[in-house]
Design a protein around this ligand. Sequence first.
Ligand code: ADP
Length: 485
Amino acid sequence: VASKLNSSGLLRTQGLIGGKWSDAYDGKTIQVYNPATGESIADVACMGGRETNDAISAAYTAYRSWSKTTAAERSKFLRKWYDLLMAHKEELAQLITLEQGKTFKESIGEINYGAGFIEFSAEEAKRVYGDIIPAPLSDRRLFVLKQPVGVVGAITPWNFPLAMITRKVGPALACGCTVVIKPSELTPLSALAAAELSIQAGIPAGVVNVVMGNAPEIGNTLLASPQVRKITFTGSTAVGKKLMAGSAETVKKVSLELGGNAPCIVFDDADLDVAVKGTLAAKFRNSGQTCVCANRIIVQDGIYEKFANALRDAVLNMKVGDGFSEDVAQGPLINEAAVEKVESLIHDATSKGAKVILGGKRHSLGFTFYEPTVISDVNTDMRISREEVFGPVAPLLRFKTEEDAIRIANDTNAGLGSYVFTNSIQRSWRVAEALEYGLVGINEGVISTEVAPFGGFKQSGLGREGSKYGMDEYLEKTGLLISLE
Ligand code: ADP
């Protein structure tokens, strides 16, 4: 696969600074591994502060001209980039499966989803309207101008190595900003391939820059620079808090998409098949490694046994293996640390009375493969219902009344994705409004799309990505008062 990718020009291993592919200045590299086999795929440049400063300078210089292009021009560049992403869907999906491990089918899904942000941004670029406000005096006129915020630092995680980039870079470019991207060191290849296609799309040098390597050093360099006006981040709550604190010195705008602890509430009046299908999609996508994965499956007394049995039977049919193999529904976890976290959460839960009804151990395939797991009798004292699992484990909690369900669901500092299964319209509305969550799926297990706002309540983050609201994150508003005197 790697050699085929190489011949397509999409296997890039250097950083991108001011339109030039660049090694780390001291020649250092880091290895990228295939999580399904443990094999090394590539050596990529391991950069730090100096390269980041140059990338910021390049983005700052490019900003002067990029921010002055017309919306229609930026829209055309983005459209071209979208077309190229779609034209190279197969190769890009191979790259994602190779470095991230998700099944090839899911990788194709990520390209469609990820490229969708570029297409949507191409369309929205032309709709950044201002306002005319009735002025406070008869001989004055009052306007609101929307302008790009400036150079953006975008730091992204490994679980959606392409889509988390396009979701930030699409609206940033559409609004007239330029970017310095820092992808995860675990999955830099998809980011670099996307950057290569941005060059092929004719997006001018310096508008898109990519550096990777020493994450804290790159992060601190972005934070220290007064030229970087905005930090947009997807990743862990701990790092997000550091970036928010570090942005204070230069008062940067901050968008954060952090950890979740998604409740998936199944009421007695739910359609069992719909609830099982939705829960499977919400829980096991990307082997449970998404920030909106159902983390606590909260099931009402009357349907609990039936639901637990049906879920177990459905999970039993999920084939585990290399994401490139036919019929595989679940690939490996990203690394050993991820497996150890799952193991320790299960150990904690079972030592406090939870029962493993399926799985509960490493898969016989070895490496970082873990058996799709269902555990019952989970309660709110167990770590598994307080921490983000980020693995293929479905913990079942029991509840009696609607009030109980809402209380349990909201008993967390996170507030990103949530799911409700019920056939009552009244209950759907009541519960959706009571949930302190940025996203609610009713009888629906997949809630991410470029046309909906995505973001969290409480400590799950700040700001929204996708939709028209995602554009606001990259815009300043100038109040313009003109005197006619
Ligand atoms: P995850 O658990 O998803 O790996 P992280 O928050 O550790 O979450 O990683 C998300 C992104 O943040 C990655 O690109 C990672 O390299 C980056 N990162 C980690 N630590 C820092 C830091 N101190 N400053 C800036 N970025 C960081």
